[in-house]
Design a protein around this ligand. Structure first.
Ligand code: PLP
Length: 564
């Protein structure tokens, strides 16, 4: 079963979450979708990788929203046996002085061009484990700090040991975010020189060797996105590791900081957009932080009607998305509009079925969907309800929203309630729909079916953002705050429109800019100059989809991070 994969050395890609397909709920949002797109492109490009993640049998969570706009969470249970094959190897970890066995499932990710990548799903739900240890890998980002550290031990330490037990030869380790940084610590421990070979006082650890094996991608400037654990917890859970002085030197004096650990043990470090790399350099002075701007997987994020159009006019676009630069000249306006109207029809069917509203195909739809959390400012569009009503009176429009809040993010849950209040206030003037249960499938339908994709984060906290890139593959222009990828992707009036200025952090100025762009640029163009509108749609494809794709991203990781 593994022979196909273990005959050549591979890049091991560690990620707490990976969106393998829309029926496997082992992801929460952008980080997991990016991990999935990374592997999908690696498959298409036949880059030898092996991914390691947690099985998360209970998924992240299923979202339900009641009348009042309260989010309710339920387990999103899936059966790994339906999708993956159990591996025979098992490895043991010592957690809190107890032996915890870790097994794995092999999921084979199939590219659309014959490439295949192995994905190992780590699982502690085994008969030989104590009942509480069987639950460690159940819920993605579930539980408290203790459970999180246990999960990160299973991912980092368990993952390394299992890869070795199975017989993989690994040429390079890639930590997708700091959650897996314990893998580097385990490498350091495994490669330590025996005491008898050392002069007195000499460190047994081969720091350089470990660093050469590791690369690290940091994904957010948001503080809570960087795990820190109290050393009291670390000592009670993790007894066998490197010595205390070395640990503190690498991971921080006060608390174990997973980002710092990853930074210190990786030769190559990168942020996920140019601005994010700059912000990361100022957050982590003294480290060299490169920039590899994210991208999305062409085939996965292009709707059926645009796939068909690209196949006929720009054959090969799926393997070489650079070909989409020709979209401006090679696609007929009528075909682009027709492909879009088909995608829009599918979105409207979905919304009308799932939400109790009736959207109108003739009116423009604004889309906003992403994790519901404070810095993403999902309520910015509703900051001045009277102005929004007046705007909708002059230029009718419709809004479709979606997004989950982390179960422990009270601010995010409050935002979902606020959005539902606005929906009620606006009823009769402007149709607003909130689709519950945001996932890959809803994302695919939304990014293709809306007319404008909106993103209004608080600068500089959006590291990259990827949903706007998905929109570009479907000829949907962005209207967004200049942060993350959009600083690189926005050409005013050509690929979409900017909200505010790139250095600004003033809420009110962003609100003003958002309404004014809608009122004076976006909506008039939609209603009064259809050919001009279609030119912007094509600009999104030719200038953004051609560049912000995960094939380009993986070619860069291969030549800059993996081969050094
Ligand atoms: C693409 C995607 C995201 C990330 O969206 P951002 O705009 O980068 O926040 C989150 N969730 C799902 C389901 C996605 O498909």
């Amino acid at each position: 079963m593994l022979d196909e994969f273990i005959h050549i050395p591979r890049i091991a890609y560690f990620s707490m979450e990976i969106a393998l397909n829309s029926e496997i709920p082992t992801y929460s949002g952008g980080l997991g979708v990016l991990a999935g797109d990374t592997l999908r492109s690696a498959s298409d490009l036949e880059l030898p990788m092996v991914a390691v993640t947690l099985v998360s049998r209970h998924g992240y969570f299923l979202q339900q929203i009641d009348e009042a706009g309260n989010q309710h969470e339920q387990a999103d249970t899936w059966d790994p046996a339906q999708w993956a094959k159990p591996l025979t190897a098992k490895v043991a970890l010592n957690i809190e002085g107890q032996k915890v066995w870790v097994a794995g499932w092999l999921y084979t990710l199939e590219g659309h061009m014959n490439g295949r990548q192995p994905v190992i799903l780590l699982d502690t739900d085994l008969a030989e484990n104590r009942p509480e240890d069987r639950e460690i890998t159940h819920t993605l980002y579930g539980g408290d700090d203790t459970n999180r550290l246990k999960q990160e031990m299973v991912l980092g330490i368990g993952g390394i040991r299992l890869l070795r037990a199975i017989g993989f030869e690994i040429r390079q380790y890639h930590m997708n975010e700091g959650h897996s940084a314990l893998l580097a610590l385990e490498l350091l421990r495994q490669h330590a020189y025996p005491q008898e070979e050392l002069r007195s006082g000499e460190s047994p650890y081969d720091l350089l060797h470990t660093r050469e094996l590791c690369c690290f991608t940091t994904h957010t400037p948001v503080e809570s996105g960087h795990d820190r654990f109290d050393y009291s917890l670390v000592h009670s859970l993790m007894r066998t590791t490197v010595d205390e002085a070395t640990l503190k030197q690498l991971a921080g004096e006060d608390r174990l900081n997973m980002t710092q650990l990853a930074l210190n043990l990786s030769e190559y470090v990168n942020g996920v957009a140019k601005r994010h790399a700059e912000v990361s350099r100022s957050m982590f002075p003294g480290y060299r932080v490169h920039a590899i701007t994210n991208g999305v997987h062409p085939l996965t994020w292009t709707c059926a009607s645009f796939r068909k159009l690209y196949d006929s006019r720009l054959p090969g676009w799926c393997h070489e998305p650079e070909l989409l630069v020709r979209a401006d000249c090679c696609l007929a306006d009528a075909d682009v509009w027709d492909a879009h109207q088909q995608a829009k029809g599918k979105l409207i069917d979905m919304v009308n079925k799932r939400c109790s509203v009736q959207l109108d195909t003739e009116l423009p739809v604004l889309g906003f969907a992403r994790r519901m959390t404070a810095y993403k400012r999902p309520d910015l569009l509703f900051a001045d309800i009277e102005r929004l009503k007046a705007l909708a009176g002059r230029w009718p429009l419709q809004i479709v929203l979606a997004g989950k809040a982390h179960p422990q993010d009270e601010g995010g849950k409050r935002l979902i309630r606020i959005l539902h209040e606005h929906m009620r206030e606006l009823a009769g003037t402007l149709t607003v729909a909130f689709i519950p249960g945001y996932d890959m499938e809803i994302a695919r339908t939304m990014v293709a079916g809306v007319d404008v994709w909106l993103n209004t984060p608080l600068r500089p906290l959006e590291a990259s953002g990827t949903s706007g890139m998905k929109a570009a593959f479907n000829g949907v222009p962005n209207l967004s705050v200049l942060d993350g990828w959009w600083i690189e992707g926005c050409i005013e009036g050509i690929t979409g429109w900017a909200v505010g200025n790139s250095g600004d952090t003033d809420n009110n100025r962003d609100v003003e800019s958002l309404y004014s762009k809608l009122e004076h640029h976006v909506l008039p163009l939609y209603y009064e100059d259809r050919p001009g509108w279609i030119t912007v749609m094509k600009g999104a494809v030719s200038k953004n989809a051609a560049y912000f794709n995960s094939h380009r991203m993986m070619r860069r990781y291969a030549t800059e991070a993996y081969i050094r």
